[in-house]
Ligand binder design. Structure first.
Ligand code: DX5
Ligand code: ZN
Length: 216
């Protein structure tokens, strides 16, 4: 069955902890953290000062939409970082497009107990992933152009899931963007392992029903 990760990008930031508690009660499998820098993507969201305040017993899934992610990665591996070598295996996803030199970052993340992953934008050919696949546990296939919640699912990315599984069936493949009850029938035909949801989940009246409705 697919894992469902709740992206807090569409949460009520005025009650962030309550929102995290509510999606936890709704049985999400992890908390997806969309970190944006206003440079790699045309939006600024939140960073470690906000993330550090979140109390949760769920694994965190850092999605770094930032140019030159090494500074953020350095914070994550710092000996004072509360997420380093924690009892949970937190995942950290870097974008294939963000910097030419992320091999060392991916290796360092693994060495400090994180699950390293790579994300790929809709317009980037899937072959751009090839050199990163031996370094990661998973691939996040973007099904919208990153930057904002609430966009329409881009169907054309779905063939990337099969390509990645052909390269290595053990890689965890996620889909991020426009995941909802309308796109789910198409998504359910793929072999993807996890789905990220922001607006569909947080705009629903009942988070548990919304989470259940995305599982297949
Ligand atoms: C987009 C983010 C997504 C976003 C998904 O840049 O990476 O995680 O929060 O939002 P929805 O589920 O509303 O498309
Ligand atoms: Zn995301």
């Amino acid at each position: 069955m697919v894992d469902i990760l709740g992206s807090i990008l569409s949460a009520d930031f005025g009650s962030l902890q309550l929102e995290v508690d509510k999606i936890t009660d709704a049985s999400v499998d992890g908390i997806h953290l969309d970190v944006m820098d206003g440079n790699f993507v045309p939006n600024i969201s939140f960073g470690l000062p906000v993330i550090n305040k979140i109390e949760t017993d769920l694994p965190l899934d850092f999605h770094l939409m930032i140019r030159n992610p090494e500074t953020f990665v350095r914070h994550l591996v710092d000996e004072d970082c509360r997420f380093r070598r924690s009892k949970f295996k937190h995942s950290v996803t870097l974008h294939a497009e963000a910097s030419a030199e992320i091999d060392d970052d991916l290796e360092m993340l693994r060495a400090y107990g994180y699950s390293p992953r790579i994300a790929i934008n809709p317009a980037t050919p899937v072959t751009a992933l090839e050199k990163f696949l031996p370094l990661v546990d998973g691939v996040l296939v973007m099904s919208v152009n990153p930057g904002f919640a609430g966009q329409k699912f881009i169907e054309g990315v779905l063939s990337k899931v099969a390509y990645i599984k052909e390269q290595n069936p053990k890689l965890l493949v996620g889909l991020d963007g426009g995941v909802n009850d309308k796109s789910l029938p198409l998504i359910a035909k793929t072999e993807c392992d996890y789905l990220v949801s922001a607006s569909y989940l947080f705009n629903s009246n009942n988070y548990a029903v919304a989470v259940d409705s995305l599982r297949f």
